[in-house]
Design a binder for this molecule. Structure first.
Ligand SMILES: C[S@@+](CC[C@H](N)C(=O)[O-])C[C@H]1O[C@@H](n2cnc3c(N)ncnc32)[C@H](O)[C@@H]1O
Length: 240
């Protein structure tokens, strides 16, 4: 994991030997389990280091993470960005949520093998989790990568965030198309876009955008709507 060490050093993250071993073990489990289930299309070590591990950690360039924030990663899949964030910033209290149970089984195996505390993997659709009192408005930070457009994703994620907390989606560079409807949805859900950061993964030309959404007020009770509605009828888009 020398390559990961070098790349993230450029964004001021210094991983110690234990953390590098955890990333190595995580990589091995990912490749091993990927043979029997669909976890990721990316398996070459260099690619996993850059496109999964370093990309997940890029948020630390803009958000202070070395404190005990509660974080939920919605639609985490094989654990991105939640697991790399937890390895690099072990003080975080992390909930990984995904609607596909076999991925949750994999995540539990990673948590067990890496002997991590204060991290749980939950099998739930975001729309159900967001209406469950155990998770609703309980998090300082909600993150999500590659799950839905900004509008639908806001309805998935905003209900989890405490007032004063943040929803920060990992977005691709073509954000302009989604931002208009996204901003409307975010307002309805009690949030406000505070900042948008554009960056690249060090040593590459791979772009990443972070939208910083601050939760200004509680999300109205009717959101999230029942499962499937946020994607079928995204908030902020005019009905045809
Ligand atoms: C393309 S994958 C991205 C996984 C991971 N975040 C990443 O960046 O590699 C999308 C993931 O979101 C999950 N997902 C999709 N809709 C969801 C929902 N409504 N609630 C929870 N998880 C969902 C899928 O099961 C899948 O694992």
């Amino acid at each position: 994991m020398d390559r990961l060490y070098e790349v993230v050093k450029k964004i001021d993250i210094e991983l110690n030997d234990h953390q590098l071993e955890q990333f190595q073990r995580y990589y091995e489990l990912l490749v091993e389990w990927n043979k029997v289930m669909n976890l990721t299309a990316i398996t070459e070590k260099e690619d996993v280091i850059i496109k999964h591990f370093a990309d997940s950690l890029l948020l630390a360039k803009y958000k202070k993470l070395d404190e005990s924030l509660s974080v939920i990663d919605v639609g985490t899949g094989a654990g991105f960005p939640g697991i790399p964030l937890k390895i690099a910033f072990p003080g975080l209290k992390v909930t990984l949520m995904d609607s596909l149970n076999k991925r949750v089984k994999f995540l539990n195996e990673v948590i067990r093998t890496l002997e991590m505390d204060d991290i749980e993997a939950i099998h739930s659709r975001a729309e159900d989790g967001g209406r469950n009192a155990q998770y609703r408005e309980k998090y300082d930070l909600a993150v999500s990568r590659a799950v839905a457009n900004l509008s639908s994703l806001s309805e998935f994620c905003m209900p989890f965030v405490k007032t004063g907390g943040y929803f920060i989606p990992y977005k691709a560079s073509g954000l302009d198309e989604e931002i208009h409807a996204g901003k409307k949805a975010i307002r309805i859900l009690g949030g406000q876009v505070e900042n948008i950061f554009h960056t690249t993964i060090p040593d590459t030309d791979m772009e990443r955008c972070f939208v910083f959404v601050k939760k200004m007020a509680a999300t109205p009770e009717e959101y999230p709507r029942k499962a499937g509605t946020a994607t079928k009828k995204p908030l902020g888009l005019k009905e045809k």
